[in-house]
Write a protein that binds this ligand. Structure first.
Ligand code: ADP
Ligand code: LRH
Length: 482
């Protein structure tokens, strides 16, 4: 006997609605619908097209119901930190702002001056990313929409609200706001108050596995079935880490998509000054676990370069670019992928060239050279991040799991193995959707716990192994950026 679940997974570059079949020894995904996630700049501000995404979600659920019948339940995950504001009647007050919008420039420093960076870390455990929800709220706190709002819903919770009418804040994603108490996993109402934010906007917390409710009648009519929506680990990275097919505890992971989220799964946070100085985060995972990781700029660098070349009518498709990059000598030029200049959308190839020139390295110009520079530099950043995480958390690592779209990038996986000196196990590509499905299956009583979920993943999901090769002087490359 096996059962179907519906996973809605919104990544920063694409969204999908996936049917997941779970049974004894069975874990299988079938994609019902995939759609691009393209931000839109309105009157100078970068937004998510969240109503467009919602339309595609409904379409996907309809396809899923048509092809597989009524699922046991539906789960929604998405990228973190961003939110919609609702008025007292539940109407959306404007399109959610994209975390890459410039409105948060300089805000983190202001907040650190107000409440103290060290105290902020001890209380929330979060790395400083310029776009953490708390900084977005400080940037928005004098706006009309913010003043008029009755509640704030993170993106997956907003979708859940539109599907069911129930409002809440799922805890794994709530931890990315930097307004959650890292020890008690409750809203840090005092912190919100100190920052002159409105704590009453923060909805009640819910846990992965909690039931939101059935579909609204109009939604059920639209998609052609009724099924309960169940909270999953709604931060996409939390679901991706659940979807890592690891055996044992001595593993690191890289959830490699638009971002490269590189780190460890721990059973308690690391809140030392050294950890803060290295800008590691302690996000809330399932069952009290901690995602101890750093955000590496990720395949965004490649996506945005490709978009730029496409706009200009030059460049090739991704497989061709990657094949050409494999032929470019290794390590000619490396960049600090985490340099803030690479965060906003725009002309990535020129920014990369400028970084190379400023650091006295050969300036890459052909697309294949730029792609090679990006991949070498990402591998270098993964090496540093995984080594730092292991040292800061005193946690031994024997293997690196790469999940997400980046698991398809054989050159990047091989370079990551070379750079870290560790075997890389690549796959599954859809770890996030799998993590989403597994939490629903657990809520339905089909999977016992996280250990059983990982056993099922390891037994059912194909992976590719890469072993480290000598040849590149990674220490010398790192020294160029020191
Ligand atoms: P997100 O969830 O952040 O939207 P994904 O996990 O879907 O990201 O990963 C998207 C990335 O995966 C793309 O930017 C691309 O670099 C990479 N990718 C997708 N397909 C391939 C492929 N066939 N070969 C190499 N890389 C790929
Ligand atoms: C990845 C992700 C990441 C966050 C970023 C905003 O999609 O959720 O974990 O830091 O988006």
């Amino acid at each position: 006997m096996s059962s179907w679940f519906a996973a809605v997974d919104l990544g920063a570059s694409s969204g999908r609605v996936v049917a997941g079949r779970v049974g004894p020894g069975t874990l299988e995904l079938t994609e019902a619908h995939r759609f691009v996630n393209e931000p839109v700049r309105l009157a100078g501000t970068l937004h998510w097209n969240v109503t467009g995404l919602y339309t595609e979600i409904l379409r996907g659920l309809r396809f899923l119901g048509r092809d597989h019948g009524t699922p046991v339940s539906i789960g929604v995950d998405s990228w973190a930190v961003d939110y919609g504001l609702l008025d007292a009647e539940g109407a959306l007050l404007g399109a959610p702002v994209h975390y890459r919008d410039e409105r948060t420039d300089g805000v983190a420093a202001t907040v650190a001056a107000e409440v103290g960076a060290a105290s902020l870390y001890r209380r929330t455990g979060l790395q400083t990313l310029p776009f953490n929800t708390v900084y977005q709220l400080v940037a928005a706190r004098s706006s009309t929409a913010y003043q008029a709002a009755s509640s704030l819903l993170l993106i997956p919770d907003l979708i859940g609200y539109w599907l069911t009418g129930a409002q809440g804040a799922e805890v794994t994603n709530a931890s990315t706001t930097q307004l959650l108490d890292v020890h008690r996993r409750r809203w840090d109402v005092e912190l919100a108050t100190e920052l002159r934010l409105r704590p009453e906007l923060l909805p009640p917390l819910r846990q992965p596995g909690d039931r939101l409710g059935g579909l609204r009648a109009d939604v059920a009519a639209e998609v052609g079935f009724d099924a309960p929506v169940v909270a999953v680990a709604s931060h996409d990275t939390a679901s991706a880490v659940i979807g890592v097919p690891a055996v044992g505890e001595r593993f690191a992971y890289i959830s490699c998509g638009t971002w490269g989220l590189a780190g460890l799964e721990l059973d308690r946070p690391v809140l030392t000054e050294a950890s803060r100085a290295a800008n590691f985060t302690n996000e809330a995972g399932i069952d009290g676990s901690v995602r101890y990781l750093r955000n590496v700029m990720g395949l965004w660098l490649l996506q945005e370069s490709v978009r730029w070349w496409e706009r200009a009518g030059s460049g090739s498709d991704l497989p061709t670019l990657l094949a050409d990059a494999a032929g470019v000598p290794a390590g000619r030029t490396v960049i600090d992928v985490d340099d803030a200049r690479f965060l906003p959308p725009g002309d990535m190839p020129s920014r990369i060239a400028a970084f190379a020139a400023e650091t006295g390295q050969p300036v890459p110009s052909a697309p294949a050279e730029i792609v090679r520079c990006i991949l070498d530099s990402l591998a270098l950043a993964f090496r540093r991040t995984i080594r730092d995480a292991a040292t800061l958390a005193s946690h031994d690592v024997d293997v690196v799991h790469v999940v997400g779209g980046g698991a398809r990038n054989a050159l990047l996986c091989q370079l990551t193995s070379d750079a870290t000196g560790l075997p890389v196990v690549a796959g599954p590509v859809e770890a996030t959707a799998l993590g989403n499905v597994l939490v629903q299956a657990r809520a339905a009583g089909l999977v016992r716990d996280l250990g059983a979920a990982r056993e099922l993943l390891a037994a059912t999901q194909p992976t590719v192994r890469y072993d480290p090769r000598p040849g590149i002087e990674w220490d010398a490359l790192a020294a160029r950026l020191a």
